[in-house]
Design a protein around this ligand. Sequence first.
Ligand code: GLN
Ligand code: ZN
Length: 760
Amino acid sequence: MGILHTTSHILGFPRVGAKRELKFAQERYWRKELAEQDLLDIAKVLREKNWRNQAASNVDFVAVGDFTFYDHILDLQVATGAIPARFGFDSQNLTLDQYFQLARGNKAQFAIEMTKWFDTNYHYLVPEFHANTEFKPNPTHYVNQIREAKALGLTVKPVIVGPLTFLWLGKEKGAAFNRFDLLAKLVPVYQAILAAIAAEGVEWIQIDEPALALDLPAEWVAAYEGVYAQLSQVNAKILLATYFGSVAEHAALLKGLPVDGLHLDLVRAPEQLSAFEDYTKVLSAGVIEGRNIWRANLNQVLDVLEPLKAKLGERLWVAPSCSLLHTPYDLAVETQLQEKNPYLYRWLAFTLQKVGELNVVKQALNQGRDAVRAELDDSQAAADARASSKLIHKAEVAERLANLPANADQRKSPFAERIAQQNAWLNLPVLPTTTIGSFPQTLQIRHARAAFKKGELSLEDYEAAMRKEIEYVVRQQEELDLDVLVHGEAERNDMVEYFGELLDGFAFTKFGWVQSYGSRCVKPPVIFGDVTRPTPMTVRWSEYAQSLTNRVMKGMLTGPVTILQWSFVRNDIPRSTVCKQIAVALSDEVLDLEKAGIKVIQIDEPAIREGLPLKRADWDAYLQWAGEAFRLSSMGCQDDTQIHTHMCYSEFNDILPAIAALDADVITIETSRSDMDLLDAFVKFNYPNDIGPGVYDIHSPRVPTANEIEHLLRKALNVIPKERLWVNPDCGLKTRGWTETVEQLKVMVDVTKKLRAELA
Ligand code: GLN
Ligand code: ZN
């Protein structure tokens, strides 16, 4: 008998390019600095690079169809004819320009709404379904990419998101109906798309159904059988791909589906393997983490795969856990990191390194571990070094967490007592006004920062420039007659990066970009080691700001959950532990601020909702440790110190008990866009502490009218006792210009004064 071959494949690849080439080309195209054909050409070169990079790693199939000019779910809306009718476009003959209008809006129509792709930081464009939505197949996107890759001599496996996940991710618009009812119309359109793909001569088609990892209603789960019975009539084999969580609860269903293979995410949910070991078709084991930056321990991976291969033989496939879209492109370009943190560099793997790891796994399975001994030894050595590194496992951090005082996360007294003590010294009018922290990040500020980073501006001059900004911000607020002032955050590039740079245990990459949406990429900090705070981070800025005014200055920190959520987090200890480490480090800052006389301190947690696990059964555990971490970050502070928090742009209704359990003295929260609807939920829940619902949208330069703000404030006053109501914008003002900011805040303050007079 010959050697049993293990097939390797990729579920999807980053699209924007190693140097964000696609982003820059798109943006130039949007500015009309680049012709359409040039954009198309650049994209074609990128696709070829992506495919060649996959092929160079010896995969049996390169992924095609996943490349997109904006979003793969938008591509699917086009392919199924389900683009929003309100644009008046013909999905069969959509121009590139129109495609971008769908994504970015135009003069007449707002853009298709965006939301997070499962629990990643990628955002997809939410399909808009109406009761009368009609679908129409347009397989061009897939067919073209298949042809292009095949012309390069590559063996391809087209990738498309499946109909149930597509429907699930959409939203019902217009008259009430259930989008599930559209399934019967959608499936034949999928059949037509798949037939067109199969006609290109492909052996396998990967159909992604990550919705299976969510809590799907029974009706939706039950539909898989019938849908895939129809789809499997296509003249190609179907690999049904699941990822981001366990699908073990659907094992019986999945094993019975008439598809030819199944992909499982064995990084997120390794335990689900046991439910599928007796699967009788191709089992694709997702063993290389597709959404972080850490190198795998390849021996450990093989310890799982070798016995599996003994059972499955050639039916075992290996792959990354999910699309590599969520990892940066190439570690090799991070020469600075390599010099500065050589040990850390050895523990990392970006997309190109991950496909390399996949190749080692495949070779080990096909030829035995000895064939790749050097690579395996290297992987082992890196894993061992990381496990025992004193640079990242600091005894004093573990000890401090283990020995926190009893009830460390509880304030000394209940809210009622605290707020009385706070009000006594704060002496604020009713409906106190404040802002969320940042003031306009002017060109001037950004130029100063850039010059400082390039060494063209000395530290002294840079800091002097920032102090000047702070003084300006303070004077503006005094003139506006705001009650609780902020320093404006001029010195901060980004609310997470700023703290990451000052905390130990964080590192930064130069090109570690991942797509957030469209042409937008983010470069998250890397939390690689135990977190400590070597020196105070914000105290001298806040102190300086306070020294300029007799009014109260609010200190401004980013909360532990948000710092965690917007970083690449180490995977060798639980996220909850990392979060608590950050919290404890922040608590030192809170106490230092307090000592310096800053006794109103805001701890921002806009990302708390984003951390929610995909399955509801796991919510409580998360909310428990996230809440504890938030509370720990002000541990030990005095009762008369007022802790604020801020949240925005999330669905908060279903986590209100957890938000209340944060026990912040004041929460400021974005509400203006929903006409204060969110407030109803807070009221129904009987939210106990002070609350500042946002009274105007900060996304627009438009100055709200006094009537609009008055309407919102009256609405708030109807349901919240005036003693507990604050007045503030929805969120930070850093993206605004100064002129509109002053005008907007002026209206806010004027209306507040009018209502105050009425209430007096
Ligand atoms: N304090 C931050 C700011 O004002 C909060 C930003 C946010 O909520 N995302 O910019
Ligand atoms: Zn906000």
